[in-house]
Design a binder for this molecule. Structure first.
Ligand SMILES: [Mg+2]
Length: 232
């Protein structure tokens, strides 16, 4: 019987890796935090002439993070999912670290792919050996002071663009066909799906084109994907 169970389990383990968006995916839109992000962006991004660190610092630095509460249910759930788990967010590292800390999930992921991971925001004078393709794992704020930073000539690499997904697949050694991708954004899911990921819309149970599954809440993972949860 044990052998059969094991055999069934290996058959159903079609996912090797899980990518999670952060905002409005690991916590609900109803927390109110995203609304504050939107307000801050409207207040700042009217002009194009900003540097990235300053922009992220402005948008995220003054958010009411205490709107987010620890989520022990999600924590327990994630810790029972044996697959490699990565955050894939357009936000900066400081924001991602802060959100994960507020949710009590800072040790639930194998890595964080964030704005700085996908975009070389460093000055040419910074250490040449510093690779922009490392997945951010440390919790340092990364807010190095910069003088006179000008906008890099390369376009920003972020979701929902193909280039961001391609970069993530490469740097994290991901086989999209063996990866589940949770996100609340329709456009992100559409790209993800087109690029071979198994996609899960989070925030509503109404499935949309481009999403293979739809979950009202990230807490619904055990019902939707019982094969992901390890026997405890
Ligand atoms: Mg999101």
């Amino acid at each position: 019987m044990a052998y059969e169970e094991h055999y069934q389990q290996s058959l159903s383990s079609k996912y090797e890796c899980i990518l999670f968006d952060l905002d409005d995916t690991l916590y609900p839109y109803s927390s109110g935090l995203s609304l504050e992000v939107a307000k801050n962006i409207q207040g700042k991004a009217g002009g194009y002439d900003f540097d990235y660190d300053d922009f992220h610092g402005f948008v995220h630095g003054r958010l009411p993070y205490d709107l987010l509460k620890p989520d022990p249910v999600l924590r327990n759930l994630l810790r029972n999912v044996p697959q490699r788990k990565l955050i894939f967010t357009n936000a900066d590292q400081a924001h991602a670290s802060r959100v994960l800390k507020m949710l009590g999930l800072e040790d639930c992921f194998d890595g964080i792919i964030c704005f700085e991971t996908l975009n070389d925001t460093k000055q040419p004078s910074d250490s040449a050996g510093d690779s922009s393709t490392d997945i951010e794992m440390n919790t340092d704020s990364g807010n190095a002071p910069v003088d006179d930073l000008t906008l890099p000539s390369t376009p920003i690499v972020c979701k929902p663009f193909d280039k961001a997904f391609e970069a993530v697949f490469k740097m994290a050694d991901i086989i999209p066909q063996k990866t589940l991708f949770f996100d609340d954004s329709f456009r992100n899911l559409q790209t993800g799906s087109r690029m071979g990921l198994h996609t899960v819309l989070v925030g509503t149970s109404q499935r949309i084109e481009g999403a293979h599954h739809a979950l009202e809440s990230i807490h619904n993972i055990p019902e939707a994907f019982p094969e992901l949860i390890a026997d405890s």
